[in-house]
Design a protein around this ligand. Structure first.
Ligand code: C5J
Length: 221
């Protein structure tokens, strides 16, 4: 059991009931030539969260926490991609189009893979999700149930899209969510800041916000 300093208040964590959930740290979002860049974003804005995320991942592994990774993406035949998702906006390349890291946001392509710094190790579940939320059309809920997980430490990208959607879904499913703010990032720094404020507003309407350092201090105590 350890106490984690967080907003709006500290909370007690039980390692065997706590999982680290790393959302979509894929080359398609973080590296040039992927989905994020085709939408017109500056992907370098996401890089600052990699090192704190790496430290949290190492500590979670060392202390035996369940680590779960997610990846947003689709089947090669696009049978699990809504037409409205593929056709929306005016990107340089659409989902499924060939790009420098393979077909954009398609499972099995280089761009769909998790960045080397945070690569999963054997035994860590990887959830492939077609949507923004990690519960939609996945077996994440089942995995959390069978492993007895009631609390999620959430890292990844992007804060206001897939991180937020997943936290909202998890909160509605009765899970406590702690977003490690510096382990998340957005192409829009102002959205990142406001998204974190939204989690803790109204006494923690969606959960808690903490930092990598608070987590490292707490778990190593
Ligand atoms: C986006 C995500 N931003 N992983 N996906 O489209 O947040």
């Amino acid at each position: 059991m350890f106490m984690l300093d967080a907003e709006p208040e500290s909370l007690q964590l039980e390692p065997k009931h706590t999982a680290l959930l790393i959302i979509d740290m894929q080359r398609d979002f973080v590296e040039p030539g992927g989905f994020g860049e085709t939408l017109g974003n500056d992907v370098s804005l996401l890089r600052d969260c990699i090192e704190p995320c790496r430290q949290v991942l190492a500590a979670a592994r060392a202390h035996g926490l369940l680590v779960i990774h997610t990846r947003e993406g689709h089947r090669p035949d696009l049978s699990d991609a809504h037409a409205q998702k593929i056709q929306r906006g005016n990107p340089a390349l659409r989902i499924g189009d060939p790009g420098p890291m393979g077909r954009i946001l398609i499972r099995g392509e280089a761009g769909h893979d998790i960045i080397p710094e945070l690569y999963p190790v054997a035994g860590e579940p990887v959830i492939d999700k077609p949507g923004k939320g990690a519960f939609y059309q996945t077996d994440l809920e089942l995995i959390l149930q069978t492993r007895g997980i009631d609390t999620l430490l959430v890292c990844g990208v992007t804060t206001e899209v897939c991180v937020h959607t997943t936290v909202r879904e998890a909160n509605d499913r009765g899970r406590r969510c702690v977003v490690l703010g510096d382990c998340c990032a957005s192409y829009f720094p102002e959205f990142h800041a406001v998204a974190l404020r939204m989690v803790v507003a109204q006494g923690g309407i969606f959960g808690w916000v903490s930092t990598a350092q608070h987590f490292l201090t707490a778990i190593n105590d």
